[in-house]
Design a protein around this ligand. Structure first.
Ligand code: NAP
Length: 815
């Protein structure tokens, strides 16, 4: 087309980016790559290679090695060796290295961007202006934390060797999100890129070596999912950080269960994009384009479910269709295109399959009449309307340029529809009424909410999901804790290891009925005044209730004498308690919606009432445990102190303003997890109970407490304290009985959001394993005892961290 013709038609001319430098780099390596271990290229023993194709042209770019057991072992060993010195390297020195990596990323900005687009198919505009700048930003930001870590986080140590597994949709960005915080905090890394997109991770490896990073700190292992499994199950790997599908996330949760390895999962999503009638419609249309056609919709947080207020829906959809007709799909290296190629043929077929399913489900499919390149894996922008909210196409992640749309009438209905998903990664809310937008943002169950905007990211704001979108955060202050553990705690190495095979045969959690125990006759003459019988009950929904099964368990003292009887709880009791805990969230105002001041007053009041009954509680501890009166009194005093600690934290852990690159505010809100089931240990029956309950309720969770199985009477005495302390019904529920049986019911319950289990190594395995069904948050002890009396192990940030999840709300300001 001549310039004159272009001028007359106003057609875009092509603006191709040169691939020469990227091709030269590939040629330098003879288009064949080994693994990057100890800062050196290693040829795999099996000499097995995997081809990387350019999805826009079908041309083979290079071959990369398939790591086997030997290579994975070598990479982990290199990382382990390097950990010794890297973890002891002063923060300032580590900061210099991260800074050098960031600088080198910028020096090779164009090369990285072009190679990324060639390997993945994403438009150069995106890799050049978003992926690579954000990659550098992550290293700069975390160079800052490396500089500050000693002063700001003195009570923490690095986790160790971290295995990291990343997907193909943002190969460089995901790598940066994972590596930067890990090495800044003193960990070393073995990272496996996704098979479709391995090349930029290898180029990055050279940048690392160029920055002079010591050998073994970052190791890049290319390989199939088998190599992924080898990393995940490697005994010398201390933590797994995974980004990918929920399906694989579930496998990893199960594979790491009970191992004492830390795990963070960034998984899939089906994020709502909510447009209210008063929104700036043209702005919202551009928002939709960015939400679902950025990176061809292959974005975990893509706004793939459009929810439009009914009275503007027709107008909005017709504007959207018109806009879709102007999208340009084509060569990723053309600077003027909007959408590039789909990463791989399998992926293309999956997307197409979903569109066909949408049609079968009664949806109306719209694809604009635009030109697609004849060759290459291109898919048109697609909109499906007229679907039922329960349609599979509406509920499942498609991971391509396919938008489904629904309508709603009221804000309440919008929230209900938006939250009607098993995921909870992100959401976007459009309204010119800031009260409405922020109110809706606070009620959406998602790790990130963008107000009048979408797909904003920055290293200073943690990113991660609620529910089946995973757990853990990447970026921000909160993301640092994924790569740290409290200074006094070694990596748990549980004595008992259960595996998939023994799980099948395991009887863990089967109900063991309590055998009746009768008190020995004491030979009294019967004329003495008998004690008034006390029957500790369960405590559910603010009421003392008898166990559903009408069985009791004897509580024995140190010499085997009966010191009381408690209810033997069953599944039904747990279900009632979970229901009550949910109701406490829904009450007006729900427990989480009360302000921190109110929750703190209630916690102080619990402390005050416990202190008033200190002697009685101490006597109970002595009777159950046989410990000295002094030790029991110390435990009660410490429990009162702990209640004060969390009364203090109830209004001081709400969150922060994140200093992102946004012009506006990014609120980092520490939200409660929801309904937590908490199984207490046997040591310190009162103090451990209080130490676990108090942070949970201080931060707005409601709880189902399973007290110490052996010494439950401190907890059953405690409900009288709760009763007199203005605790609303259902906030704390107490179910006594067989701890493992009750925990099993909790972990299998769909409406429980998290389980804390302070019990055996075997139980910890089962809790982690079963949690994978709906990705509950878990916190387990692996059978290891804690010193509950100490401030380091019995309270603090670790507890608050476990009791909360961060939601980031992005609110742009100005015109
Ligand atoms: P995927 O199939 O789960 O693969 C992700 C990574 O895991 C790849 O490196 C893959 O290796 C590896 N892998 C696959 N099976 C494995 C196994 N059994 N054990 C260990 N590793 C295994 O996901 P994907 O298709 O690459 O990525 C798309 C998914 O990622 C979407 O669901 C998307 O929502 C999610 N995602 C989430 C976020 C987030 O931050 N929440 C960000 C980006 C993407 P191979 O490539 O060699 O198979």
């Amino acid at each position: 087309m001549s310039v004159l013709e272009v001028f007359e038609t106003m057609e875009y001319g092509p603006a191709p980016e040169s691939a020469a430098a990227a091709n030269a780099w590939l040629e330098d390596h003879k288009r064949r790559f080994g693994l990057f271990i100890d800062n050196e290229w290693v040829t795999p023993r099996e000499r097995d290679y995997y081809p990387s194709y350019n999805p826009a042209t079908g041309e083979m770019l290079a071959e990369t090695a398939q790591a086997g057991r030997e290579e994975v072992d070598a990479a982990v060993a290199a990382a382990r060796r390097a950990f010794e010195s890297w973890s002891a390297t002063p923060g300032h020195i580590r900061a210099r290295y991260l800074y050098a990596i960031a600088r080198n990323i910028q020096k090779h900005h164009r090369l990285l961007a072009v190679l990324e687009s060639m390997d993945n198919g994403k438009p150069i505009r995106e890799s050049r202006d978003i992926d690579v700048p954000l990659l550098a930003r992550h290293f700069y930001y975390h160079a800052g934390w490396a500089q500050l870590v000693e002063a700001e986080l003195p009570g923490y140590q690095p986790v160790g060797v971290v295995g990291q597994i990343i997907p193909w949709n943002f190969p460089l960005l995901m790598l940066g999100w994972k590596i930067a915080p890990a090495i800044a905090m003193g960990n070393t890394v073995v990272i496996k890129p996704a098979s479709y997109t391995r090349l930029t991770a290898l180029l990055f490896a050279e940048i690392v070596a160029e920055a002079g990073l010591p050998p073994g700190v970052i190791n890049v292992v290319t390989g199939s999912s088998k190599a992924g499994t080898m990393i995940v199950t490697h005994p010398n790997v201390d933590k797994i950080a995974f980004t990918g599908s929920t399906e694989v996330g579930r496998i990893l949760r199960r594979q790491t269960a009970g191992s004492g390895k830390r795990l963070s999962l960034e998984l899939g999503g089906k994020s709502p994009f909510v447009v209210f009638e008063d929104a700036d419609l043209d702005g919202a249309i551009e928002g939709v384009v960015d939400a679902i056609w950025f990176n061809q919709g292959q974005v975990c947080c893509a706004g793939s479910r459009l929810l439009v207020q009914e009275n503007i829906a027709d107008r909005f959809i017709s504007k959207l269709k018109k806009r879709m007709g102007h999208l340009r799909v084509g060569d990723p290296l053309d600077k003027s295109i909007d959408m590039g190629a789909i990463v791989d043929k399998t992926q293309w077929e999956t997307i197409d399959g979903w569109v066909k399913t949408g049609i079968k489900e009664g949806g109306l499919v719209f694809q604009p009449d635009i030109k697609l390149p004849e060759k290459g894996l291109f898919y048109p922008p697609t909109l499906i309307t007229h679907l039922d909210p329960a349609a599979e196409t509406v509920c499942e992640e498609i991971f391509g340029p396919v938008l489904v749309s629904l309508t709603f009438r009221s804000p309440e209905e919008a929230i209900e529809l938006a939250n009607n998903t098993r995921y909870g990664l992100a959401a976007s809310v459009w309204s010119d009424n800031i009260n409405l937008a922020l109110d809706v943002a606070s009620k959406l169950k998602a790790g990130t909410v963008w107000v009048n905007s979408t797909n904003l990211f920055d290293a200073a704001s943690g990113f991660g999901g609620y529910r089946e979108s995973g757990f853990g955060r990447e970026g921000g202050w909160e993301g640092l804790f994924e790569y740290l553990r409290p200074a006094g705690q070694a990596r748990p190495r549980p004595a008992v290891r259960v595996d998939e095979a023994s799980r099948e045969k395991s009887r863990w959690g089967e109900h063991v009925p309590a055998r009746p125990v009768w008190p020995a006759r004491d030979g009294k003459n019967g004329n003495e005044m008998p004690e008034v019988d006390r029957t500790p009950k369960m405590y559910i929904g603010g009421k003392q209730v008898r166990p559903d099964g009408h069985y009791t368990r004897a509580v024995l003292g140190p010499k085997g004498r009966i010191v009381g009887q408690v209810g033997d709880g069953n599944r039904k009791d747990i279900r009632d308690a979970v229901e009550a805990a949910h109701a406490a969230h829904l009450a007006q105002p729900g427990w989480a919606m009360r302000h921190g001041y109110n929750r703190s007053q209630i916690l102080y009041f619990i402390g005050e009432n416990l202190a008033a009954r200190r002697e009685e509680f101490a006597r109970r501890i002595v009777a159950m445990t046989g410990r000295s009166a002094k030790s029991a009194r110390d435990e009660v005093e410490k429990s009162v102190e702990r209640l004060f600690t969390y009364a203090a934290w109830a209004d001081k852990y709400g969150g922060t303003i994140q200093e992102t690159t946004l012009r506006g505010v990014t609120l980092g809100v520490n939200e409660p997890i929801g309904v937590l089931g908490i199984a207490c240990p046997d040591e310190y029956p009162l103090l451990a109970f209080v130490s676990l309950m108090a942070p949970a309720i201080a931060r707005g969770n409601t709880v189902v407490m399973i007290p110490s199985e052996k010494h439950p009477l401190s907890a059953t005495d405690f409900y009288q304290v709760l009763d007199t302390s203005d605790v609303p019904p259902g906030v704390v529920n107490i179910v006594t009985g067989d701890r493992d049986h009750l925990t099993k019911t909790l972990i299998e319950h769909e409406d429980v959001d998290g389980v804390w289990y302070f019990g055996s190594a075997e139980g910890s395995y089962h809790v982690e394993y079963e949690s994978a069904a709906n990705m509950k948050r878990t916190w387990v002890s692996y059978g290891m005892a804690r010193d509950w009396m100490s401030a380091e192990q019995g309270e603090g940030h670790e507890f608050l961290h476990e009791a909360t999840q961060v939601k980031n709300i992005w609110v742009p300001t100005g015109e």
